[in-house]
Design a protein around this ligand. Sequence first.
Ligand code: XLS
Ligand code: MG
Length: 346
Amino acid sequence: MPKPHAYRFCFGPWNLSEGQDPYGPPTRPAQTFDWKLNKLKELGFDAMMFHDDDAVPDVDNKSAAQLRQEAKELKRKLDDGGLVAEIVAPRLWFDPRTVDGAYTNTDPKCRKYAIERSLRCIDIANHLDCDLIVLWLAREGSYLRESKNARKCMDYLVQAIDRMLAHDPKVRIAIEPKPNEPMDQAYIPTIGHALALANLTRDPDRVGCLIESAHALLAGLDPADEIDFACTFGKLWSIHLNDQNGLKFDQDKPFGSANLRVAFNQVRALERNRYGRKGEYVALDVHPFRTTKVEHWTLHLENSRRTFLRLVDKARTFPEAEAQALIDERNYGALDQLVIEHLLGQ
Ligand code: XLS
Ligand code: MG
């Protein structure tokens, strides 16, 4: 039996959000980045994940020297706290030039902006000593199918990723698929799509993926199967654990909050693939409920990590031999109950 290993955890500043939704304003007061970083330290997390403008605000209006200086200041803060930057992700969905997509925008000037912004994101990651860029392809898709040529858009995506790979020979790119929201239909909705696209790039070995539980559920898939699929290719480089109650807006609920058994199966898949042993982190892409009071602001993160670790224990103590005997007999009724009893405990 391989020796059990300790998982390392991270989250992003956006996971200490203030409660705004499309129908109402924040419900908690705005906090500084340093407040969020201190919370991460107090909670004993190991790393922080970043959007490029979480690391250096107002990226577009800064010179290369300014980007360097501000990113280096952040790096010192992280070093002082014994922390690292897990990933940096270009925020390609805020700027007016990305209204109808970033890399797949129909306007060449807008596509050019998206690529330039992504290269700046890589520079920031370099200053932070981080080699992993995450692409959540938020607006790469359509509101109206006839508005874009999806065939051309695939080429645009490959061209953009190729530019990023050429910009830095060491950088790795993890594509984070999501099937919808904000777009009606996204061009890269699943891990299968992400890895197929990776194969068309100039260096497929440096293009992998990131699975988010809620995004897989929104695609009608079981996130545990997405984990096994990505790991078959050695391409699961980060994971955003959270939960989602059915096919609606992206809820980013605490891990295990909607469906403990689906959460258990994700942990089991991570365990059998030895996720984390090459330095990968468990990222909790969860948000506080909008109703959360200031004094309970970090509970969703603490609870998600606690649930994860309790499920690791459940995965490691699962009665494998008993389960195998039931599988051999094809007694899935009893296997089903074995899982339920195991999760319920004594
Ligand atoms: C949004 C995404 C986002 C990414 C990082 O749905 O999950 O939080 O993880 O850009
Ligand atoms: Mg995510």
